[in-house]
Design a protein around this ligand. Structure first.
Ligand SMILES: Cc1cc2nc3c(=O)[nH]c(=O)nc-3n(C[C@H](O)[C@H](O)[C@H](O)COP(=O)(O)OP(=O)(O)OC[C@H]3O[C@@H](n4cnc5c(N)ncnc54)[C@H](O)[C@@H]3O)c2cc1C
Length: 428
């Protein structure tokens, strides 16, 4: 039996970005009209652990360049009207009307004016308090069951009842920040279908022993993901070399394809047998210019080391890396290099291939690709099979590119679910 203590009108599972936005909207609406009892259950000792880590602690909360093309989902038509209705401008208004001022950078990425993710978390928490929403931390939900008139929410040492339930348990990446995939287990227990899960926005592991030579180096590059010989995605940005992987935002943006390849044997939903990343390490200089610069250097400094042929063009370690990749003896002098050698150097700097060797580690990824199928919910984020059950944020089969798209989705899906959960007749 439930006592008055553990009976709620609305329970939100997960005190992260989406869950707290949902709670704030639900509580505000409910406070005005009905005075509902609302609770957030959070497994960690404090809410918003992941939110605080976003944008390197600065929280890139939306992007002025918004379009469904920046999202991956099996149902693109589902998010298009939602993004048109809940624009970045509208989300900024949501924050600014609560005292959190936002500022876009030159790329349209929007951050709190304070430059601190904690301002976003504090704004949500102060609003929870204002509307008397109860927040239970160290409270991990283990089981969700449909019961008469609502849902039973089983935690380690207690069971709660609620008339309406919002599942906002995040994804399965970076479990150290709270979410460990429990949202998908709840969905499966309730017979809701899930699309396959894999990590996205992550470093790409590569089979390349020479990476140790170049680890720690960063350079501007144009990177291309090539599936079965076809370029499927191009990005420009800072490429970072690490001991076992390549990373940087431009690589994060391509990583979804690599991880889909390793997890499902497909890329963009089509079967694929071979995947690679090609990087142009001198994107602003044409091959011919590079070749003539190398020729000039050979003529001017014939006694210098072959591995230093790129001096002044590329990072020294990167120059050595290319030399080793081409199997050119490092002990040679620049004057010993043939035109063919210089041509091979120039070509490699314009098209350096990396072969991914394994899926990215979920511990290093920013978001989960796949999730609860969008066919299971309506535009209010409510389950078609269970009235009063809402699912939001990363738990759903939607993942965005880097740039504020994932938080935009978490917040707007939370806002939609929160409003609708407070509006229903069954709560009266
Ligand atoms: C390092 C890093 C940086 C990122 N930077 C950005 C960025 O700058 N911009 C951007 O748009 N996106 C960014 N992301 C992605 C973004 O943080 C997520 O997509 C977003 O937080 C998802 O929101 P959510 O509410 O769905 O899930 P979460 O924020 O993960 O919240 C889920 C909450 O549920 C709790 N929970 C899970 N299971 C249970 C359970 N069984 N019982 C009770 N509580 C539970 C978790 O502890 C967590 O607090 C970043 C991610 C990472 C890891």
């Amino acid at each position: 039996m439930y006592t008055e203590n553990n009976k709620f009108d609305v329970i939100i599972v997960g005190g992260g970005a989406g869950g707290l936005a949902a709670a704030v909207c639900c509580a505000k609406k409910a406070n005005k009209s009905k005075g509902l009892r609302i609770a957030v259950l959070e497994k960690e000792p404090k809410p918003c652990k992941k939110l605080l880590a976003t944008g390197n602690g600065k929280c890139n909360l939306t992007n002025m360049n918004m379009s469904e093309k920046y999202y991956n989902t099996s149902a693109q038509s589902f998010i298009k009207p939602l993004l048109s209705k809940y624009t970045p401008q509208k989300l900024i208004k949501f924050w600014e009307s609560r005292g959190l001022f936002c500022v876009p950078d030159e790329y349209g990425r929007v951050y709190p004016n304070s430059g601190q993710a904690i301002s976003v978390a504090d704004t949500l928490l102060i609003n929870l308090k204002k509307y008397n929403t109860e927040l239970f931390c160290n409270t991990e939900v283990k089981k969700i069951t449909k019961v008469k008139g609502g849902f039973a929410v089983g935690c380690t040492d207690k069971e709660y009842f609620c008339k309406k339930l919002i599942i906002s348990a995040g994804g399965f990446v970076q479990p150290n920040l709270g979410s460990n995939g429990s949202g998908y287990s709840f969905a499966k227990d309730l017979n809701l279908s899930c699309t396959p899960l894999f990590p996205s926005l992550a470093p790409v592991l590569c089979k390349d022993k020479l990476l140790s030579v170049v680890k720690g180096v960063r350079c501007n590059a144009v990177v291309k993901c090539i599936a079965d010989g076809k370029v499927i995605h191009t990005e420009k940005g800072e490429l970072q070399f690490n001991e076992k992987n390549i990373s940087g935002i431009c690589i994060f943006q391509l990583s979804r394809h690599i991880n889909e390849f390793f997890s499902l044997g497909s890329v963009l939903g089509r079967p694929c047998r071979k995947i690679q990343i090609n990087a142009d390490l001198l994107p602003d200089i044409a091959y011919e210019e590079i070749f003539s610069a190398l020729t000039l250097r050979r003529r001017l400094y014939p006694d210098s080391d072959a591995a230093e042929i790129f001096c002044g063009l590329l990072n020294k370690k990167l120059s050595r890396y290319l030399c080793l990749k081409l199997n050119i003896n490092e002990k040679l002098s620049a004057g010993d290099l043939s035109d063919d050698d210089l041509s091979a150097f120039a070509s490699l700097s314009k098209e350096c291939t990396f072969i991914p060797c394994a899926p990215s580690l979920k511990e290093n990824a920013q978001v989960t690709a796949g999730g609860v199928s969008l066919a299971e919910i309506n535009k209010n984020m409510e389950c078609k099979k269970y009235k009063g059950l809402y699912i939001i944020g990363e738990t759903l089969d939607i993942d965005g590119l880097c740039g504020g798209y994932n938080l935009h989705w978490a917040f707007i899906s939370g806002i939609i679910a929160g409003h609708n959960a407070a509006a229903g007749d069954s709560l009266k």
